[in-house]
Ligand binder design. Structure first.
Ligand SMILES: [Fe+2]
Length: 163
């Protein structure tokens, strides 16, 4: 099995993903399921190629697929989702079968990116910054029926198509 699908199929991932799906069923604002996660992965991978950043495709996809996995714990236990997410992601990455394992360095980069995706630190690592920017760029606020009620700042919202 490839490494990204090993994450997706991990029981802990499935458990939290299903919970997010359930909790966001009637949400009018941004959701955090596969359409969003894969939008982020693809945007990040395109930027990775355009800017010659040199990240392996499945490292970029791992960070994207894992970045919002803590959302259910934010809704239910009020734990900020980037912190809940880093904890869940760490357990999943530590538990992948040997043939789908990420290296120690890759795991560290992915976890740093998950933890930093919500607010950009001063001096972020390259994958952390790439994930942060791709996450924000993925939202189509200009075509969102709930845009007027959304509390994202004007600077964060994408009010036109960015090419
Ligand atoms: Fe996100």
């Amino acid at each position: 099995m490839d490494r990204v699908n090993a994450i997706w199929k991990h029981p802990l991932y499935q458990k939290y993903y299903a919970r997010i799906e359930e909790l966001e069923q009637n949400r009018v604002f941004c959701r955090h399921q596969m359409p969003h996660l894969l939008d982020v992965a693809r945007i990040a991978y395109i930027r990775n190629l355009e800017d010659d950043m040199g990240f392996a495709k499945d490292v970029v996809y791992a960070a994207a697929v894992l970045h919002d996995i803590g959302k259910a714990l934010q809704y239910e236990a009020r734990i900020p989702h980037e912190l809940a997410g880093v904890d869940i992601a760490e357990q999943i990455l530590a538990d992948l079968p040997a043939e789908a394992a990420y290296t120690t360095d890759e795991k560290r980069m992915i976890l740093t990116a998950v933890k930093g995706h919500r607010r950009l630190r001063e001096d972020p690592e390259p994958l952390e910054k790439l994930l942060y920017e791709s996450d924000k760029a993925s939202r189509m606020c200009f075509a969102c029926p709930a845009e007027a009620q959304c509390d994202w700042s004007r600077e964060k919202k994408n009010m036109e198509i960015k090419v």
